[in-house]
Write a protein of this length. Structure first.
Length: 122
């Protein structure tokens, strides 16, 4: 398995600092989302994704297929019936709803997004 994106070495001081910072932010986000019932699997996937692992790497680490990771993140696509073509569930949809209600969650989410859109500045 390769190092997370944007990290030269997993043992460099910068990598350890980034890992600790992301870990703390994700733990805070999960603490806030407890009352919204994020599953244990969703918590694991969310943490690993924010640590920089790809969907494939998360799947290998958790012993499940990459497509399952995609479904955890984005939800299931409905193929038949009234809601055909729509997605149902997924962490990202849940986080969006939580962000609309919880100011602290929205702030943490924005910090995480900024870290991953500007990896050179972290």
């Amino acid at each position: 398995m390769r190092a997370p994106r944007g990290v030269q070495s997993l043992y460099s001081p910068q990598a350890k600092l980034r890992h600790a910072e992301v870990s703390d932010l994700v733990k805070a986000l999960i603490r806030i989302t407890k009352k919204y019932k994020l599953t244990k699997r969703q918590q694991e996937v969310l943490t690993l994704i924010f640590l920089g692992y790809t969907q494939e790497e998360v799947g290998v680490k958790l012993g499940i297929h990459q497509t399952s990771i995609h479904k955890v993140l984005f939800g299931n696509l409905v193929y038949n019936g009234k809601y055909a073509g729509r997605r149902h569930g997924g962490i990202l949809a849940k986080l969006k709803k939580i962000g609309e209600k919880e100011v602290e969650a929205r702030e943490i989410w924005n910090k995480l997004k900024q870290m991953f859109h500007n990896p050179a500045t972290t």
